[in-house]
Design a protein around this ligand. Sequence first.
Ligand SMILES: Nc1nc2c(ncn2[C@@H]2O[C@H](COP(=O)(O)OP(=O)(O)OP(=O)(O)O)[C@@H](O)[C@H]2O)c(=O)[nH]1
Ligand SMILES: [Mg+2]
Length: 474
Amino acid sequence: MRQRIPEFAVVGHPNEGKSSVLSTLAEDDSVRISPMPGETRECQTFPVSIDGREIIRFTDTPGFQNPRKSLQWMQEYRGSDETLIRDFIDAHKEDPDFHDDCRLLQPLLRGAGIIFVVDGSRPLRNMDKAEMEILRLTGCPRMAIINCKEEETAWLARWQSEFRKHFNSIRVFNSCQATYRERIELLESLKGIDQELQPVLDQVIAAFQQDWQARSRQVAELLLDLFEHALAYSRSVALPPGADEETLKDRLHRDYVELLRKEEKKCQKRMRALYKHNIFNCELSPQSILQEDLFSKKTWEFLGLNRSQLVMAGALSGAALGAGVDVAAAGLSFGIFSTIGGLLGAAGTAFKGRDLLSGTRLLGMRLDEQRLTVGPVKNVQLLFVLLDRQFLFYSHIINWAHGRRDYDQPPPAGENLPAKIGYTADWDRSRRKICERFFACLQNNGDSADSEMRESMAQLIRQTLQEISLGGRT
Ligand SMILES: Nc1nc2c(ncn2[C@@H]2O[C@H](COP(=O)(O)OP(=O)(O)OP(=O)(O)O)[C@@H](O)[C@H]2O)c(=O)[nH]1
Ligand SMILES: [Mg+2]
């Protein structure tokens, strides 16, 4: 026999954030959300499927329209508890004053559990008490979610104590900020509302977790592909007699930079799709370091390894030795950035994105019997910068709740940014070594790293993704 798919109806007063909570819980950005009360007028069910199999469904409902009168009717009702909802709907279905109340109770007839959403940043009113009492009279398993639309928390304790009288489970859940972990915790607390639901919700939670891991594995593969394309890149073109070597070098350099930008965009687009951000762009804050070009001064200043880590990397990876020595020798009153200038042969002069790869140091250019060969990349820092950019993008994407629609961003943390704001500079030596070996391997093998090397790099990436998704720095 097919197991029943658990269903939860998200109910509450108009404009409290019901649709936003649903959108975040179901990871579905097609849910309609609006600042105008009364946006949702009909029930709509959003199934959550994993590998094509529906495992749970959430139903969006209109807000209560006439809770006081509905409650009065129910309190005067003399029939049995089992027929209360059906009889209420039958008695009011033609009355436009109760249109929304009838609609929102409908899913309960087919056994849906209740998720009651309130905006906990406002005070409790009698109307709310009426709505809670209606839900209690339905006898359906139910939980309450406090979704604070504003920062205000003064009313929270009052809400919680009122909720204890009416609900088996209570959770604070911010539909615009909730993370993966908070979604799982919310599902966990749904188990508390009805013993019968426990086994099936355990399966749902396990499926969510497996799916999340599967997505992490796919992200790791995307990143590995990007790094292989970026770092093992090599091209060789003829330099006909009389042709201008500099022009040709320039063109090769431009081609490479273009390709890399495209590959990175492609990788990030796929990441977005994996996390089901299909409609909205999850725009980056204007202050985000990811707004900077891959080869901008700021990017290389704030991401990747610091100077001493780079020196160590150079000593290990052989091919990057030149880079390491340069770092040490460059003097460097401007910190890591002039280091890059030094690395690139620009010798600490003004940095131009275009110059970054045009020297022979980073990409490696050789002129050999009238053939100009570029690549593979010589500077291991490119790998760390790319890693940091993808991790930061991942963090941005997974922490962008699906119910979030506005693009207001918090202001930057402070004027004094730390020296490095990526992840890799915080890594210990053993993690960095894995990257250095992977890098060296790509240089030696030409196009792809050997499978053992690739797997240890994949493991490192997956581990970092997990740390980020379990509440690492965002
Ligand atoms: N800042 C903030 N805004 C929120 C939050 N939750 C919802 N909103 C906003 O509140 C408004 C109403 O959200 P909806 O999710 O459409 O509310 P609803 O309860 O479904 O409303 P109806 O369908 O009209 O009953 C929208 O503008 C949301 O963006 C939140 O947690 N924080
Ligand atoms: Mg709605």
